[in-house]
Design a protein around this ligand. Structure first.
Ligand code: 5RP
Length: 216
């Protein structure tokens, strides 16, 4: 038996997501190496959709290179399905996202989407979120204040120094948290002044998680 590489498993999940489009004419598109495979797969059936809403400049470039129309979110009333990857996923389909720095637009699209299909490789499935450092997007002037608030909550924030998000903000990656109650933590962190987006997708988790080509 041959063992698949992590990239092959990502590609498998990405292609499996096509089965969940259910005739959607508008598709929300996430960001990352798994989503790159999804965009390539979507290109093969681009004539069956009216357009996409993209979560990052990176995905927008790849979609445009395939000749797939990218719409501004303000131009659409609904997104029937949104396909995106994740950095971690627990048993309730709560996620850590933002490893690629696109968490804010991703969270907005997830909020609008009727169905959120998350595509991951098996290494991302965990019992308790937090081994992957939790990304938090903050406005630049609040970076040190938010860091102190995180330390007060037992986390160890590390500034992703060389990254400016598509929204002109900074990212703190928080190490050292075992996130047993992701809904409560998301709610709490959202209250800190200067926080733009917390990379916990728990209040709005995924609806479908594909691990390779298997639905969780
Ligand atoms: C980007 C994300 C990605 O979905 C997440 O980082 C997973 O990426 P990859 O598919 O490359 O493992 O949240 O902000």
């Amino acid at each position: 038996m041959t063992t698949m590489t992590q990239d092959e498993l990502k590609r498998l999940a990405a292609r499996a997501a096509l089965r969940y489009l259910d005739g959607a004419r508008i598709v929300g598109v996430g960001t990352g190496s798994t989503v790159k495979h999804f965009i390539d797969a979507l290109a093969e059936r681009k004539d069956r959709i009216d357009g996409t809403v993209s979560s990052s400049e990176q995905s927008t470039r790849q979609l445009a290179a395939h000749g797939i129309r990218v719409l501004d979110l303000n131009e659409v009333d609904a997104i029937p399905v949104y396909v995106d990857g994740a950095d971690e996923c627990d048993g309730r389909k709560c996620l850590i996202k933002g490893g690629g720095g696109a968490l804010t637009r991703e969270k907005v699209i997830a909020a609008v989407a009727t169905k959120f299909v998350c595509i991951i490789d098996p290494a991302k499935r965990v019992d308790v979120l937090g081994r992957f450092p939790l990304p938090i997007e903050v406005i630049p002037m609040a970076r040190r204040y938010v860091s102190r608030e995180i330390v007060r909550r037992g986390g160890n924030p590390v500034w992703r120094e060389h990254l400016v998000t598509d929204n002109g903000n900074a990212i703190l990656d928080v190490h050292g948290w075992q996130i047993a109650d992701p809904v409560a933590m998301e709610r709490d962190l959202n209250q800190i002044a200067g926080v733009v987006t917390v990379g916990l997708f728990a209040q709005r988790p995924a609806d479908v998680v594909l691990i390779g080509d298997r639905e969780m």
